[in-house]
Design a protein around this ligand. Structure first.
Ligand code: 7PJ
Length: 285
């Protein structure tokens, strides 16, 4: 049996001898003016508390939609959405908070407001992002994305998707290490749905043991994604829960250390069954 990896995020340390659940807390209202409203802050805080009560180990706060086709939001809007919420969550909860952003200014302000993980779907490639991460004490999740959200699903092509994603993640981890970030602060994620067809996503999922073998904590986010809808024959987003929970469980069995999910209680139950049966994950073999 391999020794467990350790994750360090700010003042938090987690030995990854069991999978962690990251609960998704999006604050991306349709209307711009909604973001800073008191009631949306209260609702988001309540949702964060509920997710922790249901078994979330990390809360991932996002103020910019990265769904396919999304145009992005201005810096000030993103800051208004996430900073007050992070402060409120930090005061109320004891779990590591993650900021889902690609903007260096948001990374810096989020860390000051209480985030101890930077979750960047762009893997710190924006100018200044690598520096912002290096100069913080936060953990960093480096995710693979081909292209940009606005156009990433327009006919993505790879020579060998598994090999290319693996090379990319290794290179980004190396860049962060060279900057002086400790390996325990680095998390990798193949980025399901980010510039990938269903066939690419299937190949990446089957290759999860290979990604886990890179030696860093492995994050998987498939919750409610189009991939789940397609695998179930075009299911609408509100009918993807069981498929998402199943995929999260299978990801853990294949070596994922962190699963990023919307349905925390249901995922926690699935992982509790896995643990109670004493079943190993690939990374423990
Ligand atoms: C992911 C993410 C993911 C990481 C989103 C959605 C799209 N961060 N942020 N991995 N997905 N690390 O939740 O459908 O897969 S936003």
């Amino acid at each position: 049996m391999l020794p467990s990896l350790t994750l360090r995020a700010g003042t938090h340390t987690r030995v990854l001898d069991r999978p962690l659940i990251m609960g998704v807390l999006n604050v991306t209202p349709d209307s711009f003016s909604d973001g800073g409203r008191f009631d949306s802050l209260t609702d988001a805080l309540a949702h964060g508390r509920d997710m922790v009560a249901a078994g979330a180990d990390i809360i991932d706060v996002g103020g910019e939609s990265t769904r396919p086709g999304s145009p992005g939001v201005p810096l000030e809007v993103e800051l208004q959405r996430v900073v007050p919420l992070l402060k409120a969550l930090r005061a109320a909860l004891d779990v590591p908070l993650s900021i889902d952003t690609s903007k260096p200014e948001v990374m810096r302000e989020a860390v000051v407001a209480g985030a101890s993980m930077i979750n960047d779907v762009n893997a710190l490639r924006a100018p200044g992002a690598l520096r912002a991460a290096i100069e913080s004490d936060a953990a960093v999740c480096l995710m693979h994305m081909r292209g940009v959200p606005r156009s990433m699903q327009e006919r993505p092509e790879y020579r060998d998707v598994v090999e290319e994603v693996e090379e990319f993640l290794s290179a980004r981890a190396q860049a962060v290490l060279v900057g002086g970030v400790a390996p325990e602060r680095i998390v990798l994620d193949p980025g399901f749905g980010f510039g990938k067809t269903l066939e690419h996503n299937r190949a990446l999922f089957r290759a999860l043991p290979r990604f886990a073998a890179l030696g860093y904590p492995l994050m998987v986010g498939v919750s409610r994604k189009a991939m789940i809808g397609s695998l179930l024959g075009d299911r609408p987003v509100d009918e993807r829960m069981i498929g998402s929970v199943t995929a999260a469980l299978l990801a853990v069995q294949a070596g994922a250390h962190i699963v990023r999910v919307h349905d925390v209680r249901e995922t926690a139950d699935a992982l509790a069954i896995h643990a109670a049966l004493g079943l190993p994950s690939v990374s423990e073999e």
